[in-house]
Design a protein around this ligand. Sequence first.
Ligand SMILES: Nc1ncnc2c1ncn2[C@@H]1O[C@H](COP(=O)(O)OP(=O)(O)O)[C@@H](O)[C@H]1O
Ligand SMILES: [Mg+2]
Length: 413
Amino acid sequence: MSKDLITKIIDITTSETSLGDRLAKSACLLAKELEMEDCTIYRWNDSERRFMAAAHAGRRSDLIASYMDGEGFAFAVATSLRQATIYTPKLESSKARSVHDNGLVGFRSTMVYPLSDGRSCFGVIYLKSRIKKTLSTFKKKQLITSTKQITYTIKSNINYMRLQSTYNEFRTVQKRLVNAEKLMTLGELSATLAHEIKNPLLSIGGYAKGLRKNTEKNSKNAPYIDQICSQVKRLETIIDDIFNYTEERPLCLCSTDINEVIRTTLHLFKDRCSTNKIKIKERLTKLPLHAQLDKDQIKIAFDNLIANAIQSMKDGGELTLVTKKHKEWVVVEISDNGGGVDPKYLCEIFDPFFTTKKGKGPSETTGTGLGLPITNRIVTRHQGIIDIKNSYGKGITFAVRIPSSKAGQPAKT
Ligand SMILES: Nc1ncnc2c1ncn2[C@@H]1O[C@H](COP(=O)(O)OP(=O)(O)O)[C@@H](O)[C@H]1O
Ligand SMILES: [Mg+2]
């Protein structure tokens, strides 16, 4: 029977199903084979600082869902890494008597085993019976082997999840790099073209403005001249964006309060927001948040994000700006409720010249598709990262993270 237990536990824990399913089957098997009425496998949750029930076999009403840090035999066993057997109501050792554990109520025998690899504790197993139970030495050894196997299963799952998230990060970075390389050539080409176009465009713009000045407002030519002026203006914006994207201006870093940058940037958008019925919610930290910033460039990055947010809320909405400190980062979150980005475009929005703003009439918004690539480049050059929380149909948040610095700390060169 005991040999069977090990074989079965190995079969279960090495199967292809989810970790939850493997733990649930292991709990049922241990309860059945060791003739215990209740078996609960707890996993340590580091962020919540408590043991949480991951699998349970027995009556639901007996389940203790979690043990806080410092609570019950779960904590005692996890810190000593030694199993404990407790008999109630007559608690047999003085140590047992000093520990309060709700999980023991209604049971005569409780065995608590650590799930440990000798260095870290990943959780504990509770086995409980309503009658007095002792395990033979052989069964105890089998139980210890089973706990080792379960520990190994949990540990490999943790490693697998870590590997998976590192791999995902790697794929994202790889995609951005490949893109960057592809787009560098495109960028160079655009820059050359932009240089060629810039001067004639300035002349056309100048002549058109001159013509407008000398033409009667109600002349039949006036609308055509207005068209030339507005289209030239649009082309100038595109060319400026291309220069912003392709020119590698050196960063002029100094320790700056990011709240100050946000306030000045936002100020320029206030009129546009009130015309478009957009409410601004400013949730900036009271204390300054310092980072090494090139003020002019980082302002361009926030300008682009705020402009996009405003453009997305054609029928009004709410623009929220949050600043906070998270670990070693200062974070700026720019959120809108303009419907977010269709998931099918989400991996393209940082590609140069990708735009969904293809308005044709003079009052419709047209885009160059360079705002986000420029923003991304500026943030990356500040050793920062942009995260996106997109909720399609509702809105989107762009979170810009930049390494924090102390006030007055000189820039690293
Ligand atoms: N806040 C936002 N809400 C919805 N869509 C957005 C937002 N920000 C960016 N986008 C999408 O990303 C595309 C690329 O943005 P961007 O590079 O700034 O170029 P442009 O604004 O010129 O179109 C936009 O055309 C739009 O589809
Ligand atoms: Mg834009």
